[in-house]
Design a protein around this ligand. Structure first.
Ligand code: TA6
Length: 293
């Protein structure tokens, strides 16, 4: 397999000779496309594995409705005073990242690093000593995305708390999709007002409006639907969010295409229910590996 990578101004694209590709905007470091053949089906044309709403803004005017938005420094609406100047899910997904390096370009895959550091604009919203590195790796049938959060202050400097999450829109047949294993886990049911429940289902579906934060999830998720599936492995992220707005909530989302809710499930590895405290000079990493079946 030969891999190659192109950077086209605000977009970077990695390709391989079997037609696998990943495309990301420097805006928000948002992966907006991942095409891959299925394992053992290199003869078949690669399929798009992520959902992006046809009404998504891809010009940097607002966070992308789809793909893999990067959520940092908090998940959901702001609940802490130091986050009060930011919109939901923080600033990372709506900031202009920069290309750092190509860290792998071989027959094993291609891996590109993007970076985001404080700017005067971001400091006005969030004045802490943070730096982000996001690594996107395309391998045969697999897409890996790693986020590293560093506290850049010198020894004895300030620490800060953060949440990080990869808000992944998996292209799927939502009416038949299931996510497992989540049985026995405690989850926050945001549709039912945020109370905690214990998951009793072997297979979690999204046939109704679903917005669930599974705590202490195992980091191995099988996402299956009629005609397809992916495996998701998460390292460093203790929780996983399962979200699908259905028509009930999806029809109220301005950049959600009509019926878009029938075409995806969000499986979002993250530190959604807890905060990570980073001391001076420390670094934290979270990784998502998606395998195309
Ligand atoms: O991850 C689920 C969630 O937190 C939902 O509550 C919903 O708000 C979704 O994210 C989309 O958020 P956004 O800010 O992208 O519209």
């Amino acid at each position: 397999r030969l891999f190659g990578m192109k950077i086209i101004s605000a977009v970077l694209c990695a390709l391989d000779d079997k037609g696998a590709s990943v495309t990301a905007l420097l805006y928000g470091a948002t992966v907006i496309s991942w095409k891959s053949p299925s394992e053992g089906r290199d003869d078949a044309p690669p399929k798009e594995r992520l959902f992006v709403s046809s009404k998504a803004a891809l010009d940097g005017s607002k966070p992308v409705r789809g793909g893999i938005p990067v959520v940092f420094p908090f998940f959901g609406p702001a609940t802490r005073p130091e986050h009060s100047k930011m919109g939901q899910h923080g600033f990372a997904r709506s900031s202009q990242w920069h290309y750092v390096a190509t860290v792998l370009d071989s027959d094993a895959g291609v891996s590109v690093q993007l970076g985001l550091k404080p700017t005067p604009e971001i400091d006005a919203l969030y004045a802490f000593p943070w730096a982000l590195t996001y690594t996107i790796t395309l391998a045969a049938h697999q897409l890996t995305t790693d986020i590293a959060v560093k506290n850049t202050s010198a020894t004895g400097g300030a620490s800060f708390d953060f949440q990080a999450l990869l808000h992944t829109y998996i292209a799927a047949h939502a009416a038949s999709v299931s996510v497992s294993p989540l049985t026995g886990l405690t989850y926050i049911d945001k549709v039912a007002g945020g109370g905690e429940r214990t998951e009793s289902r072997e297979l979690v579906d999204v046939r109704s409006f679903t917005d669930s934060v599974y705590k202490g999830a195992g980091g191995r998720y099988s996402v299956r639907w009629e005609g397809g599936g992916v495996d998701v492995r998460a390292n460093g992220f203790g929780d996983v969010v399962v979200w699908n707005p259905n028509k009930e909530a999806g029809s109220k989302i301005g950049d959600m295409e009509d019926g878009g809710w029938d075409k995806f499930v969000c499986v979002e590895p993250g530190t959604a229910s807890y905060w990570v405290t980073l001391g001076a000079g420390e670094e934290w990493k979270g990784q998502q590996v998606i395998s195309a079946l």
